[in-house]
Write a protein that binds this ligand. Structure first.
Ligand SMILES: NC(=O)c1ccc[n+]([C@@H]2O[C@H](COP(=O)([O-])OP(=O)(O)OC[C@H]3O[C@@H](n4cnc5c(N)ncnc54)[C@H](O)[C@@H]3O)[C@@H](O)[C@H]2O)c1
Length: 264
């Protein structure tokens, strides 16, 4: 079993939502955190909160779609703490819409998802994760670090209408742990640097709680436990995945009993 005490977590999207909750969990358990977000304004409040909890915190402004930013961010983590033990590439966005929208009367397509709408989600949720993981894992290997890469997939990985961009990236998150674990296995490193993914259902972050209340009620009515998942519950799962060294290469769902699968 690994201990979180004194371990170093790099968390992208650490300025808010699930990322910030992950950072709080890590600090509460005696770990050190590198919180990473796209603008300083997202990091200031988070850093203050974590420091008030007694946390040893480094804030790094980094656009995860930039190769250069990701390399500098991973260097900054090593320069400050000398090691990385948890990589949590949680920065992510949604830009929902139907791929094709036919007119109800004519039946002809009047709108389609733009390439930009599709690609902007791929850039952050897939390429951003690839760059974050590649740069951090490189430094983990070169600095002889032990720990976990924990990606964040979603129940959307199974296919949600209106999310062809998002669902595609989250499906990728569920296969990447298998690829990375297989590659590290070939090099005899899979026990030292493990890779998994968590796949949450509807989590009560500001984004979800701020939705149209009717739509939110409909969502919650489909969740057997009768409520949204708390961000702290996702963080706690990641903590257990970190500690338990038997867990590797797999996706762990956390959705309150949701029936999974594509719905029309
Ligand atoms: N909220 C949910 O219900 C839910 C469910 C399943 C999975 N997830 C996943 O969890 C992760 C976090 O979601 P959240 O609900 O906390 O969202 P959020 O919007 O609260 O947080 C995302 C963070 O990522 C940052 N970010 C966005 N683009 C960035 C970029 N290019 N570079 C660096 N940082 C960037 C944002 O500034 C923000 O702080 C996402 O990957 C999301 O897909 C969320």
């Amino acid at each position: 079993m690994l201990e979180i005490k004194d371990a170093v977590a790099v968390i992208t999207g650490g300025g808010g939502g699930i990322g910030l909750e992950m950072a709080k969990y890590w600090v509460q358990n005696g770990g050190k955190v590198v919180i990473v977000d796209i603008a300083a304004k997202f990091l200031e409040g988070a850093e203050r909160e974590l420091k008030d909890m007694g946390g040893d915190v480094l804030s790094v402004v980094c656009n995860v779609t930039s190769e250069d930013d990701c390399a500098k961010m991973a260097d900054a983590a090593i320069a400050r703490f000398g090691k990385i033990n948890l990589v949590a590439p949680f920065a992510g966005i949604i830009k929902d819409g139907m791929m094709l929208s036919p007119d109800k009367e004519t039946g002809k397509v009047t709108r389609k998802m733009s390439l930009d709408q599709f690609k902007s989600v791929i850039d952050i949720n897939l390429i951003g994760v690839f760059l974050t993981v590649r740069e951090c894992a490189e430094r983990m290997i070169n600095n002889n670090c032990q720990g976990l890469i924990c990606l964040i997939s979603s129940t959307g990985s199974l296919g949600t209408a209106g999310q062809i961009n998002y669902s595609s990236t989250k499906a990728a998150m569920s296969v990447m742990p298998k690829v990375i674990t297989a590659e590290f296995f070939r090099r005899g490193m899979a026990g030292k640097i493990r890779c998994v993914a968590v796949a949450p259902g509807y989590v009560g972050t500001a984004m979800v709680k701020g939705m149209d209340q009717k739509a939110l009620e409909k969502i919650v009515s489909d969740v057997p436990i009768g409520r949204l998942i708390e961000p702290a519950e996702v963080a706690s799962l990641v903590g257990e995945l970190y500690r338990n060294e038997a867990l590797a290469g797999e996706v762990y769902f956390i959705h309150g009993g949701l029936r999974l699968g594509s719905k029309g």
